[in-house]
Design a protein around this ligand. Structure first.
Ligand SMILES: *Cc1c(COP(=O)(O)O)cnc(C)c1O
Length: 387
């Protein structure tokens, strides 16, 4: 086989997608409740997004940053307006956005904070997921993500997630940033205790340390707000965006945040050949137009109680050991079967979902899902976990 074995996909071969549904080679349809790990928040082939991409394909696709193009500043303006931030630095994948945020924080620490060059530390959380590059796996606490990939990038301190005291204890004069997911997606939709983000925000402000929130999976509507951090009333100094920013069409990521922090990345210090390309900006702009209406956030907020109620019912059956729901996002810990078995049984039942970390199923249907489809998802999950 010519394909590298770094994934173990479900035994389904998809050939078409439309809204919340996909079709396989045998013509069978599935409700897509993985939604590209939230890259497909607007469903497959949203007409506005496809139209924006098509129009752009007929006009201009790539320039490189050696010259400007007509959509670059409008894209930056639209995303910063949507997220109430000051400045945007465009990249492609999520991991690159996280790398960019770390580089900006370190350079800011040396230049603005006077941290001794080469000594900067970043506080990160246990069980976090921020991507797969060598520096990003250097801050992972997941043995599978790390084993065999050292030596690792130094300068990270890992603390338990959800414990603001642990963050406080880990910050010292070398600490340039605290990097967290507002809700840990890959860990299985782990929601921190009430007040956690606000406390960490206050700590970072008091210690003149940057708060970086990775909203690559939690952001852009998933939790019922534009950003998950909106639920806690905080604004990070830097926020990473990705996944849904590309509208399910192409990789588009960005770091948004404080102008004085992103401003340290002067010409020649950082960049990307494809970052902010015209096609990416056209799709990203169309994504911001969908989110600016508030329709997707409202929909996630309106359906959230339906999802949460079904999750509580499932928990009450005793067939699962824990459920965690926020917006249109659900983590379920299964006991009687492995997560893999449950996701295979769900696929047989016509719903695509994927396990994460052995015994957890993460469900993230497209935000265009209907209430009936949400019930179908939960019915299928319920029968897949067995009795
Ligand atoms: C998916 C994800 C990433 C990495 O994004 P890629 O595009 O796969 O590099 C980073 N952070 C979070 C929170 C993610 O969910």
């Amino acid at each position: 086989m010519a394909l590298a074995p770094n994934y173990a996909p479900l035994p389904i071969e998809i050939i078409a997608g439309d809204g919340a549904w996909v079709t396989d080679t045998s013509g069978r349809r599935y409700l897509d409740c993985l939604a590209g790990y939230s890259a497909l928040n607007f469903g497959h082939r949203h007409p506005d997004l496809i139209a924006a991409a098509r129009d752009q394909l007929d006009r201009l696709t790539l320039t490189s940053r050696a010259v400007d193009h007509d959509l670059l500043i409008p894209f930056a303006d639209a995303v910063t307006a949507l997220t109430s931030t000051e400045m945007l630095l465009p990249m492609n994948t999520g991991a690159e956005a996280v790398e960019t945020a770390i580089k900006a924080a370190r350079k800011w620490g040396y230049e603005a904070r006077g941290v001794t060059e080469g000594r900067a530390t970043v506080v990160v959380a246990e069980s976090a997921f921020h991507g797969r590059t060598t520096t990003v796996v250097s801050m992972s606490s997941d043995p599978e993500a790390r084993a065999g990939f050292g030596p690792f990038t130094p300068g990270f301190r890992i603390v338990p997630y959800g414990d603001a005291d642990a963050v406080a204890a880990a910050i010292d004069e070398t600490t340039v940033a605290v990097l967290l997911e507002p809700v840990q997606g890959e860990a299985g939709v782990v929601i921190p205790p009430e007040g956690y983000l606000a406390r960490v925000r206050n700590l970072c402000t008091a210690r003149n340390t940057l708060l970086i929130l990775d909203e690559i999976q939690s952001g852009l509507g998933r939790t019922g707000t534009t950003l998950a951090q909106d639920l806690s009333g905080v604004r990070a100094d830097l926020t990473t965006l990705g996944k849904a920013l590309g509208g399910g069409i192409l990789p588009v990521s960005a770091v948004v945040g404080r102008a004085d922090v992103l401003g340290v990345l002067t010409p020649g210090t950082h960049g990307s050949t494809f970052g902010g390309n015209p096609l990416a900006c056209a799709v990203g702009l169309a994504v911001t137009r969908l989110l600016a209406t508030g329709v997707y956030q409202d929909r996630a907020r309106q359906l959230a109680p339906v999802l949460a109620a079904r999750a509580e019912q499932l928990l009450a059956t005793g067939r699962v050991t824990a459920v965690r729901a926020i917006g249109l996002w659900l983590g379920v810990d299964v006991a009687s079967r492995t997560g893999r078995e449950v996701s295979e049984r769900m696929a047989s039942g016509g719903v695509i979902a994927k396990e994460t970390h052995g015994r957890t199923i993460r469900l993230a249907p497209p935000l265009c899902v209907t209430e009936e489809e949400l019930h179908l998802m939960m019915d299928t999950l319920e029968s897949a976990v067995g009795r």
